[in-house]
Design a protein around this ligand. Sequence first.
Ligand SMILES: C[S@@+](CC[C@H](N)C(=O)[O-])C[C@H]1O[C@@H](n2cnc3c(N)ncnc32)[C@H](O)[C@@H]1O
Length: 212
Amino acid sequence: MEHEFWHERWAEQRIGFHQPEVNKYLQTFFERLNVADFEQVFVPLCGKSLDMLWLREQDCSVLGVEISETACTGFFSENGIDIEAYPHGAFSVREVDSIRLLCGDFFRLTADELAKVSAVYDRAALIALPKEMRLRYVQRLLDILPAGVKILLITLEFEGEQGPPFNVPANEINELFAPRFHINRLHEERPTDPKDAGRTEVVWLLSDKATN
Ligand SMILES: C[S@@+](CC[C@H](N)C(=O)[O-])C[C@H]1O[C@@H](n2cnc3c(N)ncnc32)[C@H](O)[C@@H]1O
């Protein structure tokens, strides 16, 4: 998925993936991440998700990365926060009240940026990417994440290859993460909205074998 694809989606406000409310699976399963107060949760490909505000309300520090300047400015302005960005390496950074939002390409992140992360919350990041990019995404993520992290991951399963969002079957989760993580399929649910007919939402908890 090229950057231009996402820039166009944001420019045209074709952002059906954006949820007007905090994600229910995050609220239900957050405690399984065992995040202590002030520990940092990484939200890759974060858009302008309200989930970041909710995480901060749980006393987490939040680190988001998002390619779209429109999404990054929207996140703050729509939540009544007036803030200027400053340049930092490959990113423009906005930081306020324990939320640090990096505007730029996920693939330019380094281990230094993620050094304090203790958990990852992936909603509509992995499933936003086509198969070959998912492999690169996970390889990069695992290269730069510190040891001992847990990941709360929400995926979709359905028949078909079209996307985004893409079908990410259980065997692929296994191939991508099993070398390093214990994999726990926490929950699955068929959405009630008719537009989601045939889809199953799946919630995964991935725990780094290094310390768990
Ligand atoms: C399907 S949306 C999900 C957004 C958010 N996680 C949510 O739940 O609303 C995927 C997001 O990833 C962003 N994105 C795509 N490729 C990216 C990249 N290489 N680096 C950073 N962000 C990227 C897009 O701009 C888009 O906002």
